[in-house]
Design a protein around this ligand. Structure first.
Ligand SMILES: [Fe+2]
Length: 251
């Protein structure tokens, strides 16, 4: 698509059809509390052109002891009819915290039954304050059982420098990276924005997500402007998002 005569493009005007990271499943984590708000958010996303949304509640026993694959799937079953009436098709997955002592329990035989984004892709995250000591072992394990780890919002991790040295070392271990699109608007601070821009320019991301936790963040999404120089890279991520929804492995 051609975008003449402006130095930026409104994200809402781009082909944002699939969101791969959100906390819209109500009542399970620090995201949406009520189904009413979830329906409102999905309706607003639908107005922006979103057709598919992957719901990714936190899977982190220390903070959310009730969350596990079966409880999350059960919750999704309870609300899925209500959510789909918004016009947005939803799928449930999970955002898996890499904490000390985490044991995925995945083997080559059962990995396919994990809370996957699509294909064999699994979303993982770390603390914003410190790197998980076992991150390298964990992504090695995931790859060994045939899963493709996708690390959420690396630009938000304060311990990763803008030189991208550490981030590249994670990406080099067969880990894909997911941009929080609001990082480009500076909504998480200047450091996150600078790293996001550098990673985007370096082609380090594979996917983008909203990481939506509340209805109010949709106003931020609506006002988000993407600098023209970043538009081709963002368009590539949007295409990857669609491929992920369709169950294709994205390399
Ligand atoms: Fe998240």
């Amino acid at each position: 698509m051609m975008w003449p005569f402006r130095s930026y493009v409104k994200f809402a005007d781009m082909d944002f059809r699939t969101d791969v990271h959100s906390h819209i499943l109500p009542g399970v984590d620090d995201g949406f509390r009520t189904g009413q708000d979830s329906v409102k958010a999905l309706g607003l996303l639908h107005d922006m052109g979103v057709e598919h949304c992957i719901l990714t509640p936190h899977v982190y026993p220390e903070l959310y002891p009730a969350n596990n694959p079966s409880s999350i799937r059960n919750r999704f079953s309870e609300v899925s009819d209500m959510l789909v009436r918004t016009g947005v098709e939803c799928r449930v997955a999970g955002e898996h915290m890499v904490y000390a002592g985490v044991d995925s329990g995945f083997s080559e035989e059962n990995a396919g039954s994990a809370l996957l984004l699509g294909g064999r892709h699994i979303l993982i995250e770390m603390s914003y304050a410190y790197e998980s000591r076992n991150i390298r072992d964990f992504v090695f394990h995931l790859n060994a059982v045939g899963l493709h780890p996708v690390l959420a919002h690396p630009e938000r991790y304060s311990y990763y420098s803008a030189s991208l040295t550490e981030i590249r070392s994670i990406a080099d271990m067969d880990t894909q990276l997911q941009l929080n699109i609001l990082s480009l608007g500076g909504f998480y601070g200047n450091s996150s924005r600078e790293k996001a821009e550098a990673m985007l320019a370096a082609g380090l991301y594979s996917f983008l997500g909203t990481d939506l936790h509340s209805v109010s963040q949709i106003a931020q999404l609506s006002s988000l402007k993407i600098e023209k120089k970043h538009v081709p890279a963002v368009e590539r991520l949007l295409e990857n998002n669609d491929r992920l929804w369709n169950g294709e492995d994205v390399q």
